[in-house]
Ligand binder design. Structure first.
Ligand SMILES: Nc1ncnc2c1ncn2[C@@H]1O[C@H](COP(=O)(O)OP(=O)(O)O)[C@@H](O)[C@H]1O
Ligand SMILES: [Mg+2]
Length: 260
């Protein structure tokens, strides 16, 4: 059975998509069969892997959520071996509204993943920057959620809201939901504030914070425009090394039964 991990933070621009794509690619590079689900109408995870979204206009995550297609019918392979992808596009904006009266509206994604989860070791879900029905679907489907936090002054702002939402979902929809951990992103070693934020978050969340801290690295921001994960764009970059380390930590946690 796959470990289903949703990458969530209702703030935009904190590194959700960068983490989703590069963590998924790192896991795949380590030989883990991985499925990346793009759940953001912006579809950045899809284009960031070089997948032509227009080719999936009739076969993307929207069609899975409204019950028109199964995951089996819409998933695609990617340039990264061991990594499959489900594309997202603008249609997804409509799903939030269309699903309001649908049966099991919070479990559409969970039900869909259940049919393929034995084919993967990891399922990574890239969430949109909101706590709406899409993110609720992701949190209901997931075993754990992983929170990217940008190393800046307002990093913790909004985190309590996310944790509250996760708490409600645990109570009402997904009793086994746990936090996977916090990934610190866009760390700038020359900036005192970055160090302070890291310290504060480590003090606050202890073991929950992944040891691999993702630095601000221009190669990470360039890779998506080439349609490549950081490992395929520049495997020697510090960004690539840190995401591989993050994947190793995650694999160890899962194998060691940590968080169980
Ligand atoms: N570690 C990093 N170093 C440099 N740029 C980054 C890094 N992480 C993300 N970015 C850039 O910051 C922007 C926002 O990141 P993204 O992953 O799309 O955030 P989110 O999905 O949370 O909105 C993107 O342009 C991305 O390329
Ligand atoms: Mg994103």
């Amino acid at each position: 059975m796959a470990r289903i991990i949703c990458i969530a933070n209702q703030k935009g621009g904190v590194g959700k998509t960068t983490t989703s794509v590069n963590l998924a690619a790192s896991l795949a590079k380590q030989g883990k069969r991985t499925l990346l689900i793009d759940l953001d109408p912006q579809g950045n995870a899809s284009s960031g892997l070089g997948v032509k979204r227009h080719e999936f206009a009739e076969k993307n995550i929207y069609h899975v959520l409204i019950g028109q297609h199964t995951i089996d019918e819409v998933r695609t392979t990617t340039p990264v071996s061991n990594l499959d992808l489900i594309v997202a596009n603008n249609d997804l904006i409509g799903a939030e509204i269309e699903l309001v009266d649908a049966p099991r509206r919070e479990f559409r994604l969970k039900d869909a993943i259940a049919r393929v989860s034995n084919q993967y070791q990891f399922v990574i879900i890239d969430c949109p920057p909101s706590l709406g029905l899409l993110t609720v679907n992701a949190l209901s489907a997931a075993h754990t959620f992983l929170v990217p936090l940008q190393c800046e002054y307002y990093a913790l702002e909004g985190l309590s809201q996310l944790l509250n939402t996760a708490g409600l979902i645990k109570k009402r929809l997904n009793p086994d939901l746990r936090i996977e951990g916090i990934v610190l992103t866009m760390f700038d070693a020359r900036n005192n504030l970055s160090h302070q934020v890291v310290q504060e978050i480590q003090t606050h969340f202890g073991e929950k914070v992944f040891k691999s801290i993702i630095p601000r690295n221009v190669r990470l921001s360039e890779a998506p425009s080439h349609g490549k994960s950081i490992m395929d764009y520049d495997e020697k970059s510090i960004g690539a090394r840190r995401y591989l380390e993050l994947a190793d930590e995650l694999i160890q946690r899962v194998q060691g039964g940590a968080n169980a």
